[in-house]
Design a protein around this ligand. Structure first.
Ligand SMILES: N[C@@H](CCC(=O)N[C@@H](CS)C(=O)NCC(=O)O)C(=O)O
Length: 217
C-alpha cells in the first residue's frame, strides 16, 4: 500500500498528479495547514522535517519506505512502474529531464519562497520582495525559451520533469508574476491543466488554489 501524506494547497499535489499519470494505486492522508501556513505537528511525528509531501510505501523492495523530496519521490515512483514518466531514452531528452527535475526545487522555488516570505514582512517587506523580481524573471525567461522549442520540458513527451515544474510555474502564475507575454509557458500550463490525470489528482487532493488557468497580470 502506498500512502501520500498530503498537505492542502501545497507541492504535494504534484505527487498525486504523478501517481494518476502512471496509474499506481494510492491512498491520500490529508493534513491542513495551520493559520501561519505551516504544516500540522502530526507531520513532524511522521518525519523529522514535518513537511509535505511524505510518501509511505508499505511494499518497498526491502519493506516500508518513507520518502521525502518531490523529485526523489517522482523518481522512486517512476522506477516502481518500470520507468513510466521517468528517464527518457534519447540522450538530449535525458539531459533536459535531469536538469529540470533538479532545477524546480533547486533554483526556482527558493526565489519564489524568498519573495513570499519577504512580502509578508511589515513595512519594507513588499519593497524587498520586488527587488528579487529580476532574479525570478531570469528564470521565467529561460523557461519560456526552453518551452518555445518543445512541448514538454524534456522533449516531445511528458515526463516527471513537467510534474515537478508545475508547482513553481503555477505559483508564479497565481501570484501574477508570470505575466501575459510568456506564451509558451502559459500554453504549457493550459496543457497540463487539460490532462485527465491532472484533473483526477485535483479531485483527490482537495483545495489547491494554484491551478488557475491564466495569468491576469
Ligand atoms: N523541496 C521539498 C519542499 C517541501 C516543502 O517545503 N513542503 C511545503 C509544502 S509547499 C511544506 O510542507 N510546508 C509546511 C511547513 O514548512 O511547515 C519538496 O519538493 O518536497
Amino acid at each position: 500500500m502506498l500512502i501520500v501524506h498530503h498537505l492542502n494547497n501545497s507541492r504535494s499535489q504534484r505527487v498525486l498528479w504523478m501517481l494518476e499519470e502512471i496509474g499506481l494505486g494510492y491512498t491520500v492522508k490529508s493534513y491542513e495547514r495551520r493559520a501561519d501556513m505551516s504544516a500540522p505537528l502530526e507531520l513532524k511525528a511522521l518525519h523529522p522535517l514535518g513537511k509535505s509531501p511524505v510518501v509511505e510505501d508499505l511494499d518497498g523492495q526491502e519493506g516500508r519506505v518513507i520518502l521525502v523530496e518531490t523529485g526523489a519521490v517522482c523518481e522512486y515512483l517512476a522506477e516502481k512502474v518500470g520507468g513510466k514518466l521517468g528517464v527518457p531514452s534519447s540522450y538530449g531528452d535525458r539531459i533536459r529531464y535531469r536538469q529540470f527535475l533538479h532545477y524546480a526545487e533547486g533554483s526556482v522555488m527558493p526565489i519564489l519562497f524568498a519573495m513570499l516570505v519577504l512580502s509578508r514582512v511589515p513595512f519594507l517587506g513588499k519593497v524587498s520582495a520586488r527587488k528579487a523580481r529580476p532574479m525570478l524573471d531570469v528564470h521565467l525567461d529561460f523557461i519560456e525559451n526552453e518551452l518555445s522549442y518543445r512541448p514538454w520540458f524534456a522533449g516531445n513527451d511528458i515526463t516527471a520533469a513537467d510534474i515537478i515544474m508545475s508547482f513553481p510555474l503555477e505559483a508564479a502564475n497565481a501570484r501574477g508574476l508570470l505575466g501575459k507575454n510568456r506564451k509558451a509557458t502559459l500554453a504549457w500550463l493550459d496543457r497540463i491543466h487539460a490532462r485527465p490525470a491532472y484533473q483526477r489528482a485535483l479531485e483527490k487532493g482537495g483545495a489547491y488554489s494554484f491551478a488557475r488557468p491564466r495569468s491576469r497580470a
